[in-house]
Design a protein around this ligand. Sequence first.
Ligand SMILES: CCCC/C=C/CC(=O)SCCNC(=O)CCNC(=O)[C@H](O)C(C)(C)COP(=O)(O)OP(=O)(O)OC[C@H]1O[C@@H](n2cnc3c(N)ncnc32)[C@H](O)[C@@H]1OP(=O)(O)O
Length: 264
Amino acid sequence: ATKMALRAGLRSKRGLTGVAVMRMQSPPVNSLNLELLTDICIALEKLEMDKSCRGLIITSNQPKVFSAGLDILEMYGKSPEHCGEFWKAVQEMWLKFYGSNLVTIAAINGSSPAGGCLMAMTCDYRIMADNPRYSIGLNETQLGIVAPFWFKDTLMNTVGHRTTEMALELGLLYSPAEALKIGMVDQLVPEDQVLTTATEAMTKWLAIPDHARQITKSMIRKPTIDKLMSNREDDVKNFVKFISKDSIQKSLGVYLEMLKKRKA
Ligand SMILES: CCCC/C=C/CC(=O)SCCNC(=O)CCNC(=O)[C@H](O)C(C)(C)COP(=O)(O)OP(=O)(O)OC[C@H]1O[C@@H](n2cnc3c(N)ncnc32)[C@H](O)[C@@H]1OP(=O)(O)O
């Protein structure tokens, strides 16, 4: 099954060219498994190489959810080898998005916990549906797991030091209004206007000459990217060691059960 729809080189009625729209469609909740992560990375790599493409809007084709974050089933009851491969794919996704030369806009049309929030925060601009039922944030500690330093860095670069302490230690999930207040998202709009607003915002970003914007973006983000680049292998080892612990596996199992019970 295709996990993603991609429309590159989109020409809208308003004459916006060179903008791709990536719609995640991995039912039910766009949890980021190895397959979806790989598809996303390949698509982004192709767009980066396509000289006619200058911008990317990422959104969801699933109702009510942008992305449920990392697929817990990729980390629960799996071999250390599998966990290592999975983590490399998570790193790759982050590196590609955070370091992208394209203008990237997240059109967040549903809830976006943990890895979903991380993915949105790698973008240059975030527009979220103004629906109080939706939430966004890095809730890892609520699962009994610890977000790695580059999740923390991304959050810190987005909302600042003190807010990161509260958000990350408490594993807070924010309503769209709260997320706007702390700067986790940049704009709230009615649900049916998320994509059109993203297109409007894109026009503004594309008015800036690419080379000037790209060099500026790189200057701001490079130190954070370099930190992971020079620690990639250790980061994989740390993840595998941490996630393989009996106590952590037990926490993930309890959390998965809670998700199922909540549904019942
Ligand atoms: C150790 C180093 C750090 C590792 C870092 C990890 C970062 C992460 O991203 S961990 C993942 C954290 N994600 C979450 O906590 C989100 C959990 N999901 C939800 O809160 C909700 O599903 C939702 C708000 C996203 C959507 O709610 P909705 O009511 O529409 O759907 P549900 O009925 O809850 O879910 C449907 C179905 O999907 C399963 N599921 C949901 N999220 C995940 C997930 N992240 N991984 C795997 N599976 C997930 C859920 O259990 C349901 O399954 P069943 O239909 O089989 O019951």
